[in-house]
Write a protein that binds this ligand. Sequence first.
Ligand code: NAI
Ligand code: MG
Length: 765
Amino acid sequence: MPTVTEALQMMDYGPAPESASIAQDWLKDRSFGHFINGAFIKPGETFAVTNPATGGELAHVAQGSAEDVADAVKAARGAAKGWAKLSGGQRARHLYALARLMQKRERLFAVLESLDNGKPIRESRDIDVPLAVRHFYHHAGWAELLADEFPGMRPHGVCGQIIPWNFPLLMLAWKVAPALAAGNTVVLKPAEYTPLTALLFAELCIEAGLPKGVVNIVTGDGRTGAALVEAEVDKIAFTGSTEVGRLIRQATAGTGKALTLELGGKSPFIVFAEADLDAAVEGVVDAIWFNQGEVCCAGSRILVQEQVAETFTNRLKARMAKLRVGDPLDKSTDIGAVVHTTQLERIRGLVDQAVQQGAVLHQAPVPNGPGSFCAPMLLTDLGAANIANTEEIFGPVVTLMTFRTPGEAVELANNTRYGLAASLWTENLTTALDIASQVKAGVVWINGTNMFDANAPFGGMRESGFGREGAREGMLAYLTSDEATGKERKAPAPLSALPASASGDAVDRTRKLYIGGAQKRPDGGYSYAVDGAQIPLGGRKDIRNAVEAAHKASGWSRVTGHNRAQVLYFLAENLNARARDFAPKDEVAQAVERAFYWAAWADKYDGKVHSTTGPNVTLAIKEPFGVMGVICPEEAPLLGFVSTVLPAIAMGNRVVAVPSQANPVPALDLYQVLDTSDVPGGVVNIVTGPRAELTDTLAKHDDVAALWVFADAETCLSAERHSAGNLKPVWAESRARDWSGPAGQSRDFLRRAVQVKTVWVPYGA
Ligand code: NAI
Ligand code: MG
C-alpha cells in the first residue's frame, strides 16, 4: 500500500476533453469564400486550413488575389459614407449586437480557435473569447461618445487590417471594434494559419444586420496582405513580425495612408531579490508558457537578481517539469500545439543556435506522435548577445540571466531593439515604479504579466512599432483631424554651395549651426548664400553630431514639467524682449504668443488612470520619445520653427531641427534666445542646409526616436521610407498649415510628441 503522500505523487490527471463536435458541425465540408459586401462569395483558388495538434484538415479557404482585395475595398468604400454618417449611438447599437452574438457563441468560438490555432481550450475559453467580447462592448461605448470626446476628428475612411495567428479572434476584435466605433469601414485579412474564427465572425455580421460592406474579410497569405497594403485604403493597421512591419512601412511611404504597427518583442521579466519568488515563478508560466509562448509581449528574457538566482532557478525548473503539454481541447492542458510545423522548426532552429552559442538548455517532456508540440524550455548560462536573447523566438522558450543592481537590470532590460512590454517583480513599490519609468516599453506590468483590457492602451516603442490599441489612446489610431488644409508644399529651390575659398574667407562672418548649446561651423566648411547672408551648409556629419548632443541632453526628459515650463516662459519673455531683432515682422508677435502657449502646456498634458477589469491601478503615462527630428516648415520660417520645436521640447524631447532652407536666418538667430533662456545645451540643435538630404539622414538615424516632417511630398515619402530601419513614427505633412490659425497650435502637436506607457499596478491586501 502506498502512503497518502506517495499516492498523491503517483496520481495523474484524468483526461478532461472538451468536445470538438460543436465546431466540427459548423465546419462540415466547408470551403469558405471571402466575405465581401455582406456575403460570402464563391471561392476560387483555395488552401487547406489545418489543426496543428493533429495535422488534420479543418476546412478550405480562399487565397485572396489582388482583385478580391480590390472588390473588398470597393465594398468598404461604398459603405464608408453611410457608416460614418450614422450617429454614434446608432453605430454603438451595431457594436453591442456583435458583442452579444459573440457572447452567445462563446463556446463555438473557443473550440474553433483551439482547433485552428492549437492553443489550450482553457485559454481560448477564459481569455481570448471573453476579451474579444469585452472589446466590442467597450468600443460600443466609444462609438456612443465619439462626438463628445473627440471633437474635430473624423474617421480615416477605409482601413486595411492585417492580423497574425497567435490570437486570431482577439486581434480581430482589437482591430475591428475601434475602427468601426470611430466610423471607419474595414477590410480585414486574417493570418493564413488561422482564418476560421474571422469567418465565423463574418457570419455574425450578417446575423447582426451590420450594413453591407462595413466589415469585409479576405483570406490568404502574405501576398494577399501585400495586396491590401497596396490597395486604395486610407489606413493600414498591422500586427505581426517586425520584418513585415518594415516592408509595410516602406510600401506605404508617401501614399498618405495612416499607419499603425504592432510588432515583435523581446520583453524582460525582472525579478528583484525582495520579490515574492513563488508568485514570480507563476508569473513566468503566464509570461512565456501562455499560448505556447506565441505572444508578442511574452516575457522571454528573465533577469533575476543574483542573490536569489539559484533559489529562483531551481523553483522554476521544478515548475516547468510539471507543465502539461498536449491536446489543446483537454481542459487540464497547459501548453497546446505550436501553430504550424514551420513555426516549430523556426523555434527549434533558434534554440539549436542558442545552444551552439553556449547556452545550457533545460526542457520538460513533450508528447510523442503527430502534432506540432514543443517542450517548454529554459536557457541558462548565456550572454546578452546570444541569439536567444536578441531574436524573438515566438515559442515556449525563456532565457535567464542575472544582475546585481537595479541599474544593471535596467541596462540589460533595455539592451534590445524592441520595446513592447516588461514585467517587474518586487514587493517594493518604490523600486517598481522607479524601474517602470526607466524601462523602454509600451506596457509595464508590476507583479503581473500578460494582462490585457479593452480600456488599457497596448503597443510598443522602438522596433516594436507605434500606435496604441485599446482605450481612448487606441481610438486615436482610427481618427484624423485634417488640419493641414493648405496647398501641397513645393521643394525649396536648390541651393548652391559657395566655393570653398569664399566660404573659407567668410567663415567667421557667416552664421553658424547650433549644436550642443554652442555655435558650430559645419563639418564640411561650406556655406550657401541667402539674401547676402552666409548660411552654414550642414551635412550628414553635422546631423550626427547634433543627434549625439541631443542624446547627451537626456536630463531634459527627466526634469519636471514645471521646470520645463519655467524655461519656456523665460524663452518666450526673451523672444519678446528681442522682438525687434527678428524677422519676418508679421510672424514675430505670434511667435512670442506661441512660445507662451507651449510653455503653458509643459506641465499639463497629463496621463490617465484607466479603470480596467481587475484590481489594478492602470496608468497611461505620456512619455517623451527622447531624441526627435523636426523638419520645420519652409513657409513660416520663424513661426513655423517655434510652433513645431517648442511643443516637442515642452513634452520633454530633445530636438534636432532643420529650419526653412530658403529663409533660415530667423531660426539660426534664435540661438541667442535659447542661450539666454536656460535651455540646456543639446535640447535644441539647429542644422541648416539641404533639407531633403538632412531629412533622410535623420530618418535613417537609429538614435532618432520620432520624426516630424513638414515638407514637400517627395521629402515626406523619402523620410517615411528611410524610417523603416528603426521604425520611428514619422509625422509627415506635405500640405501647408495655417500657422497663424488654430492649426498652428493644435492638440496634434502634443499627441505626436509623446508615446504612451501603460503601467499596471496591482492592489489587494
Ligand atoms: P508575419 O508577420 O509574416 O505574419 C503576420 C501577418 O502578416 C499574416 O496575416 C501574414 O499573412 C501577413 N503578411 C505576411 N507578409 C506580408 C506582407 N508582405 N505584406 C502584408 N502582410 C503580410 O509572421 P509569420 O511569418 O507568421 O511569423 C514569423 C515570425 O514573426 C514569428 O516567429 C514571430 O517571431 C513573429 N510574429 C510576431 C507577431 C506579433 O504579434 N508580434 C505575430 C506573428 C508573428
Ligand atoms: Mg490552423
